[in-house]
Design a binder for this molecule. Structure first.
Ligand SMILES: [Zn+2]
Length: 455
């Protein structure tokens, strides 16, 4: 007897990519049967007319244990989040281990914010000395042994990072078969100069490198094309490079961030200015900046969230067409609660499946789902996830491909946390956490997950 069955499902399968009508049985949190026969169980979901997909893996996310943010990504169909890019919270993981969480939760170890702080480097403009690098290597190794999904570098936020720091930690990652997850040193045209450094490190150490949110860094006419061409070339030479992108043409930031240090407009070809910066939290929320407000907020309220309209929307499709570019939400970067922030937190995955698959037909349904399930599962070593198959974790999303739609919008234009529509059911480890777009109160089936890179 199954605990739960999903009958008449149009299931997304990979290898080859296809949608096939089957019935799914779940027992003890695991997919126990995939069958052409209709199944019986204690609880039955009739999925007629709906798509049944492996749960979405939100592999670049800043949920980091925040319940409000977890609910936002769960409503999008995320059953797993990986965080830790900016900080590591051991207590949080202990609490999840003990009490569970809405969705599964893994972590990266952050070079820029965890390792550097742990060895006492406070100044982001300073390079680490040899002794500190050695200490970081030892610490990084401990994190990887304990299941971190890779080492994250926020190079743009820590400009002092030396190549020696990256190479030393790349060697540790390589030894443990984990990836470097890299936010490049600069946005815009300058990113191209820094891409060479990443290529060199990938080629010299053999480490796998994953480049974060292409759209926000290089989503400009001419620049995206060139970056993708360079990744193609590097991959042809045997280097192990992948990337991801968000689905918005305006990026989130705090106004005090080094991204907006003096001469910030030049990175984007001087096409943008203060009135491209939308204030997305605080007293001026919903208003675009002028020079005076920009400098006032930067000095008095540097944590104010802003949204910078700097990128070209047409570049999103160009990135999506590459099979090595996955999709991440980057959800809830910064403090996060109702009516502030960026629509990526509530809208990314439904936007992929609604706007880019159904409406614009930019990529196929199976290719899109691969980018948010099996692709990242294999890339980062998420054991037992990413496929609907017997023995795999019962992390499942059921949605209506004709009606799935994001409704979140930028602050001042709409509600950045508005709930998507068209997601019927989200299941984590065999337990329903969302039904008809509503979170099941008290559901905590999510577990701490650890990297198993030999998956
Ligand atoms: Zn991020």
């Amino acid at each position: 007897m199954h605990d739960l069955v999903i009958n008449n499902a149009d299931v997304v399968l990979f290898n080859p990519h296809a949608v096939k009508k089957v019935n799914i049985g779940v027992r003890n949190g695991v997919i126990s049967q995939v069958s052409p026969e209709v199944l019986g169980g204690r609880q039955t979901i009739d999925a007629t007319g709906k798509v049944v997909s492996p749960g979405f893996i939100d592999f670049h996310s800043h949920v980091d244990g925040k319940v409000f943010s977890a609910e936002c990504v769960a409503r999008q169909g995320a059953t797993t989040t990986i965080g830790g890019e900016r900080s590591f919270n051991g207590k949080l993981l202990k609490d999840i281990f003990k009490d569970g969480f809405l969705i599964n939760h893994g972590f990266y170890v952050s070079h820029s914010f965890t390792l550097r702080r742990a060895v006492g480097i406070k100044d982001p403009y300073l390079a680490a000395e040899t002794g500190s690098i050695k200490e970081m290597e030892v610490l990084a190794e401990q994190f990887l042994i304990n299941g971190a999904f890779g080492i994250h570098f926020g190079l743009e936020f820590v400009p002092g990072t030396s190549e020696a720091e990256i190479v030393s930690l790349a060697e540790v990652a390589k030894r443990h078969n984990r990836k470097l997850i890299v936010h490049l040193r600069k946005d815009g045209e300058e990113a191209l100069n820094h891409f060479a450094e990443i290529e060199k490190i990938a080629s010299e150490t053999g480490v796998g490198v994953h480049i974060s949110h292409l759209m926000y860094m290089v989503g400009f006419k001419g620049v995206m094309e060139e970056v993708l061409r360079r990744i193609d070339e590097a991959r042809e030479k045997g280097q192990d490079i992948t990337a991801d992108t968000g689905l918005y043409a305006a990026f989130p930031s705090c106004i005090g961030s080094s991204i907006l240090d003096s001469k910030w407009q030049e990175a984007y070809g001087k096409r943008i200015s203060y009135d491209n910066v939308l204030i997305s939290s605080g007293i001026f929320s919903g208003q675009f900046c002028d020079e005076e407000i920009f400098h006032y907020l930067r000095s008095e309220f540097p944590n104010t969230l802003v949204t910078v309209f700097a990128c070209d929307e047409s570049e999103i499709v160009r990135a999506l067409k590459k099979e090595y570019v996955y999709v991440s939400t980057n959800a809830a970067d910064g403090p996060h609660y109702e009516n502030i922030g960026h629509p990526e937190t509530a809208g990314t995955f439904p936007r992929l499946l609604g706007t880019y698959v159904r409406d614009r037909k930019a990529i196929s349904l199976c290719d899109a789902i691969y980018k948010i399930s099996l692709g990242p599962a294999m890339r980062f070593g998420l054991k037992g996830k990413g496929i609907i198959s017997e023995g795999y974790d019962a992390d499942i999303v059921i949605f209506d491909k004709n009606n799935i739609k994001d409704t979140a919008d930028y602050v001042g234009f709409g509600n950045p946390n508005a709930k998507p529509t068209g997601i019927a059911t989200v299941i984590v480890n065999g337990e329903i956490i969302l039904k008809d777009n509503i979170i099941v109160s008290g559901a905590r089936p999510g577990r701490v997950i650890y990297s198993d890179p030999d998956t």
